[in-house]
Design a protein around this ligand. Structure first.
Ligand SMILES: Nc1ncnc2c1ncn2[C@@H]1O[C@H](COP(=O)(O)OP(=O)(O)OP(=O)(O)O)[C@@H](O)[C@H]1O
Ligand SMILES: [Mg+2]
Length: 418
């Protein structure tokens, strides 16, 4: 078995063994003492703490092999000066997130560390630093606060507020779905976060259940705001292959098409898709692979949320549908409009902005249908014959005469019978 050459690897390994409850601090300390006391011949390495712990029966070989990659990662993270890495919190498609102590301020933070492969992408690294710095200026109770970006050795990192709690993605995995009122409260808070960020010129581009954290007081916080995306949205989506809660489930049609002018309405789509999942327990579109899912975002009709959950109010369904219109002109114009409607539905009122959008969309659809005939009336005989007749004043005079005649007959019958 090869030696690990990182100076602090052994101490990290020992700490993880204790933190994971594999053995007690005393047992690990005994192994550390044995390591110190070992007589090392010149030119050879001292026994590793891992080997000593296996020999001493403190951990099994397979437990050691399982935690070694984690100890290596944490050891690497400890090279970030000014921070002490405490443990790994999780990993997504592009990075690993650690809990750490910021030594100067004596506070707990979360640090997202990028893998080294991103170092070759100079353009991305520049964006990562620029957007991270800009995001640090945002300040909102429903946004996971970005603190800093930096580089330590070969690793670029993003320091942010540590949120003790869980993600909406975790809840959906365990609960299936939320009650409507709970989903509305989360959506209100995320819409407030988006409103704040959008007004400051940020677009999130990846609003999804795994990026909404719920802290121990039940406050929802949008994570990864200001975290630049490494690939195009489509590439990022495809990189999610096989993941249960991957990006393609919430991505907007314009991001799938690779449009360069993606705007704040992509986030409205992402939040709508997230709300759909929260209240139905199902992603809006599913398929055997990311391409199939993305194809449906582009082409397939949405199964109305109340077909999957009959308890839903009409209002929430209207809101979801107005968020998830494939044509972004038919979505809420702004996150402020969305917020207004979600608050209305939460108060038992109607979502007026969504209705207005729906009315305008239906009018536009009617106009579209009418259009070809207007351009060339002779091509549609129904339009050519029907429209002029209904709009002719004599037509309405004849209708009025017919109504008066009918009334006269009715009166005559009544008089005759009395
Ligand atoms: N600020 C934070 N505080 C506490 N835990 C966090 C924080 N940010 C992320 N995490 C945890 O780390 C995990 C990984 O986060 P990360 O953003 O890397 O991936 P993701 O959002 O889950 O997925 P993806 O990479 O697909 O976007 C999260 O699921 C969450 O559990
Ligand atoms: Mg994330």
């Amino acid at each position: 078995m090869g030696q690990n050459t990182q100076p602090n690897f052994d101490s990290v390994l020992g700490r993880i063994v204790v933190e994971q409850g594999l053995s007690t601090l005393e047992e690990v300390q005994q192994c550390v003492e044995r390591q110190r006391a070992s007589v090392v011949e010149e030119g050879t390495n001292p026994p590793s703490l891992g080997d000593l712990m296996v020999e001493g029966g403190v951990v099994t070989r397979s437990q050691l092999e399982r935690i070694k990659p984690l100890a290596e990662e944490v050891g690497r993270g400890q090279q970030i000066s000014g921070y002490r890495i405490i443990k790994k919190l999780g990993a997504g498609a592009m990075a690993t997130v650690y809990m750490a102590e910021q030594l100067s301020l004596d506070r707990i933070v979360a640090i997202k560390v990028l893998p080294r492969k991103y170092n070759n992408n100079q353009q991305y690294i520049e964006r990562f630093h620029a957007e991270g710095k800009a995001a640090a200026k945002l300040n909102h109770p429903n946004i996971v606060q970005a603190f800093d970006v930096g580089k330590a050795g070969e690793y670029h990192y993003f320091v942010m507020e540590y949120v003790e709690g869980r993600t909406v993605g975790d809840d959906l995995s365990s609960l299936g779905r939320y009650e409507e009122k709970d989903a509305l409260q989360i959506t209100i808070q995320v819409a407030r976060a988006l409103d704040h960020a959008h007004k400051a010129g940020f677009i999130h581009r990846d609003v999804k259940p795994k990026n909404i954290m719920i802290n121990s007081e039940g406050v929802a916080k949008l994570a990864d705001m200001g975290l630049a995306r490494a690939e195009s949205d489509r590439e990022a989506a495809e990189a999610e292959k096989g993941k249960a809660y991957g990006t393609p489930y919430y991505i907007s049609p314009e991001q799938i098409r690779g449009q360069l002018d993606v705007d704040t309405r992509a986030d409205i789509y992402g939040l709508g898709a997230t709300l759909y999942h929260m209240v139905t327990g199902k992603v809006p579109f599913d398929g055997p692979n990311p391409s199939a899912v993305m194809h449906q975002h582009l082409k397939a009709d949405l199964v109305p949320p109340d077909e999957l959950n009959q308890n839903l109010s009409a209002g929430i369904c209207e809101v979801v549908e107005a968020c998830m219109a494939k044509d972004r002109d038919k979505r809420f114009n702004t996150s402020a409009d969305l917020l207004e409607d979600v608050e209305a539905v939460a108060n038992g009122e109607s979502p007026l902005q969504a209705r207005m959008k729906f009315d305008i969309a239906s009018l536009a659809a009617l106009e579209d249908k009418a259009d070809p005939a207007q351009q060339n009336p002779a091509t549609d005989p129904r339009q050519a014959a029907g429209a002029p007749l209904a709009s002719h004043p004599l037509f309405w005079l004849a209708v009025a005469g017919w109504v008066v005649a009918c009334a006269a007959v009715v009166v005559a019958v009544i008089v005759a019978n009395s």
